[in-house]
Design a protein. Structure first.
Length: 278
């Protein structure tokens, strides 16, 4: 079942239910903010104090960072781009079968976006909901000149407790430590006892997130960069839309084309960033 709903304040979202899973996707930012497989706890973390208001990014779920990841050279422009707070347009819903549904939402250039980023584009996000979550973020260049993007599906995972978490699959991968801006090399599995904000490069394999509750796999296509982030205590206390102890129950593993993994798209050509979570 695919239903269009609104919160009391008019905030529009799409609700998906099938025999495998349920999901909720806001039209603002094409922001998947709930994904739960039948019989399990939600896979995605969502802040208890997140805003659901126009022009404010939902804290949690899967923010779409586009057409840049991180800060823009022009500091008056929003971190992680404008796509996650823009109002997207529902394109179609498809009940593939009783176990799988897909929803496609699009965003295209406007006077407002052209002021921030002077290129004509079509951005489409196709989300397939079953016992596997598949997100395909397709950028098409509608302009007459090439453009370069960086992007991320900034996925917030719900975890039993951050101290229980181990991430496998990034051993021996180089990363940019966003806390020191130094390049480092990952040694072994990733565990957490402090703030972690790292952009891994040369990633070409499945990533495995395990905690006390379950094991989650992340596999990306057309991406060789992955961001791992937990704000830990001090930063969490300063983050908008996060309770001070939120760091204990969340972890971001972001499927990206970030920093060295930027993508140049020629006129009339496309690039699709795919993330599968299962
Ligand atoms: O992806 C990690 C990161 O860039 C962190 O540095 C932190 O800023 C996080 O994203 C959240 O950013 P936001 O703009 O959603 O508050």
């Amino acid at each position: 079942m695919i239903v269009h709903n609104k919160l009391a304040n008019g905030f529009a979202y799409i609700e998906v239910n099938n025999s495998s899973a349920e999901a909720k996707i806001a039209l603002q930012g094409a922001h998947l903010f709930h994904y739960k497989r039948v019989g399990e706890e939600p896979v995605l973390w969502l802040s208890e104090v997140s805003d659901f208001e126009a022009d404010k990014a939902i804290r949690g779920g899967v923010p779409v960072c586009w057409p840049w990841f991180g800060f823009n050279e022009d500091k008056t422009l929003p971190q992680h781009g404008f796509a996650r707070t823009a109002l997207w347009e529902f394109v179609c819903g498809d009940e593939v079968d009783e176990k799988s549904s897909s929803v496609t939402i699009k965003l295209t250039h406007s006077d407002e976006t052209l002021k921030m980023w002077p290129y004509k584009f079509l951005l489409e996000l196709k989300i397939t909901i079953s016992d596997k979550l598949v997100m395909e973020l397709k950028t098409t260049n509608l302009d007459d000149k090439s453009f370069s993007i960086t992007q991320a599906l900034h996925t917030y995972f719900s975890v039993s407790h951050i101290s229980d978490v181990t991430i496998k699959g990034l051993d021996n991968k180089p990363y940019l430590d966003a806390l020191t801006w130094k390049k480092e090399l990952q040694k072994g599995d990733i565990t957490f006892n402090q703030e972690v904000d790292r952009v891994y490069q040369e990633v070409d394999c499945e990533i495995v997130l395990s905690d006390k509750k379950r094991v989650i796999h992340v596999r990306n296509e057309n991406s060789s960069s992955v961001v791992v982030w937990n704000p830990w205590i001090e930063k969490c206390g300063r983050m908008s839309g996060m309770k001070k102890d939120a760091y204990e129950s969340m972890l971001c593993i972001e499927s990206a084309n970030a920093f060295d993994d930027f993508k140049v798209i020629k006129p009339q050509e496309s690039h699709t960033l795919m993330a599968a979570i299962y």
